[in-house]
Design a protein around this ligand. Sequence first.
Ligand SMILES: Nc1ncnc2c1ncn2[C@@H]1O[C@H](COP(=O)(O)OP(=O)(O)OP(=O)(O)O)[C@@H](O)[C@H]1O
Ligand SMILES: [Mg+2]
Length: 325
Amino acid sequence: MGAPLLSFEGFTLELATASGWLRVLDGIDLRVGEGESLALVGESGSGKTLCAQSVTRLLPLHHARCTSGAVRLSGVDVFKAGERDLRRLRGAVAGHVFQEPAAALNPAMRIGDQVLEALRLHRPSEARHAEAVRWLARVGIPAPEDRARQFPHELSGGLQQRATLAIALAPRPRLLVADEPTTALDVTVQAQVLELLAQARAELGMAILLVTHNLGVVEGIADRVAVLYAGQVVEHGPTADVLARPLHPYTRALVASVPRLGQATDRLGALPGSVPAPGAWPTGCRFQPRCPQARASCGEASPPWNAARLAHGARCPFATEEAAT
Ligand SMILES: Nc1ncnc2c1ncn2[C@@H]1O[C@H](COP(=O)(O)OP(=O)(O)OP(=O)(O)O)[C@@H](O)[C@H]1O
Ligand SMILES: [Mg+2]
């Protein structure tokens, strides 16, 4: 087997803070092959965005350092690569779509020109303009000719997010990194944007790293799910398996909190508390202070990876035992 398109290999990340370097990601192991789709899920503060930003090292080096392991994208060790190599990777190999479309767009540039810029076509011509318009049409923007000439503030949030998707897709990246691409949008538009992602993946054969706090949206989009908690992967497996038979008590709480039709809830099951911040991670299992099944030993040593099922494991020694009850 060749090297995967993207791999996190025991990746440990520290950020510069006023009180020194702070460990924010701890030994992340993940792989995404060509054409594959992986969802990263977890509550606010679990480390999802930091993982997404590490793919093409969107974090400045004076502020972020990799203290062990590596992130490799298309064979390049991104925390060792120079700016030139990274610029080549960004856009062409990995495109990004973010939570806030307005912040990702250049407010002073017409939408069509932003698509051309992504295509590195800096001298607009009629043919090139037509190419930009085709991408806007492809992501379902009505009247793309007119929209191409408009500025971001003239578009609704949903259309802005479609435009950022057109900008990310136009260079035909091998990987699309989408960090909460639907969170800022209203519910019907959310479904449309997710549908677009699935469609673009099928048409372009690209891989997807989808970041979401909502396990409810991963079915039909992601082949596999990785659950993040306090800077670590605590469960990883095929999507259907993770949803139907979650191993880790944390994942079970996430699955239980997925809103069912007609029942609005964004509470995490009956779990009190929140993800501990970097610097405040408890010893032993980081979830143990909130875990309904915690035992005395859970606070002692960091739990090893429990490869409980085929391609499906969790960072909990009691995973299968508890899951069976
Ligand atoms: N520049 C920074 N300096 C210090 N701590 C940071 C910095 N950026 C992020 N963190 C902390 O790292 C942790 C993980 O942040 P991250 O943004 O990856 O979370 P997330 O899972 O994306 O959450 P959300 O769902 O809210 O977007 C958080 O506790 C956050 O406060
Ligand atoms: Mg985030």
